[in-house]
Design a protein around this ligand. Structure first.
Ligand SMILES: [Zn+2]
Length: 261
């Protein structure tokens, strides 16, 4: 008998529900397998602890309701999840607490995994939401200043060196005038709890802030656009650098800029 089959039958074995042959095979396996023996010992401990609290007699109505609810749950979940718990019985209106405990444990595990997945999802969504807000706020702040840049120049050879010593990561500055995105300059800003370099470009009358910071662990990702309060925010990762561009420029031209950077 293999361990997984033995572990599947441990509950029935402990409850004395197995046939003679199965019972003998189980005993032989358990004599030599410590892993399965430990699980059986755990079952025993849980059973004894529950026994100390006695058996609880549920009123017939409650027993019927719980039975119906569990049947409903079971019909909606894959059988592999709940199969081991099917021994749950409401014999003579007596609620079998051990069976119930095992079944509850299966359900609790399923719920916990679900909650963990949901938490991760909500957490990631929350982080992304916060980032969007931070970038948009930084963009708006820059528009409220007399100048959105601390070093004003359309020459990358003036802007690039300005960042040296001001941030631990010097953002790449490009000369994109011929592509219709003349350089305005650069500045420092504060986004997602860090000091970041910002390179500012223009398209007609539209100002575009491009925020950059190192993110060595992020995989390359295609540009993703979101619109907030009428502004387009485009984010992508490339070669260990995270990029966020913010502007009231249309999304098509934002994407063009992302390809040029
Ligand atoms: Zn085993």
């Amino acid at each position: 008998m293999q361990c997984d089959r033995v572990q599947e039958l441990l509950g029935a074995y402990g409850d004395g529900e197995l046939s003679g042959d199965e019972r003998r095979s189980m005993s032989t396996h358990l004599e030599s397998c410590k892993a399965c023996g430990d699980i059986l010992a755990d079952y025993g401990r849980i059973g004894r602890a529950l026994k100390r609290h006695g058996r609880v007699c549920a009123p017939p109505v409650l027993a019927a309701r719980i039975g119906a609810a569990l049947d409903q749950i079971e019909s909606e979940l894959p059988s592999a999840v709940l199969q081991p718990a099917r021994r749950f019985a409401l014999a003579g209106r007596v609620f079998d607490m051990r069976g119930f405990a095992r079944r509850a444990a299966s359900l609790a595990a399923a719920c916990f995994i679900g909650a963990l997945a949901a938490w991760n999802f909500v957490d990631a969504a929350g982080q992304s939401d916060r980032m969007e807000r931070d970038v948009l706020n930084a963009h708006m702040r820059s528009l409220l200043q007399e100048s959105p840049v601390q070093v004003a120049s359309n020459d990358k050879h003036n802007v690039q060196p300005w960042f040296a010593g001001r941030t631990d990561f010097a953002p790449a500055v490009k000369d994109l005038a011929e592509d219709g995105f003349p350089l305005v300059g650069g500045r420092l800003d504060y986004v997602a709890d860090r000091r970041v370099g910002v390179v500012v470009y223009k398209r007609g009358l539209h100002m575009i802030n491009v925020f950059m910071w190192p993110s060595p662990s992020s995989a390359d990702s295609a540009p993703r656009i979101v619109t907030r309060k009428g502004y387009n925010l485009l984010s992508w990762s490339r070669s260990g650098v995270s990029y966020w561009a913010a502007s009231d420029l249309n999304s098509e031209e934002m994407r063009t800029l992302s390809r040029l950077l």
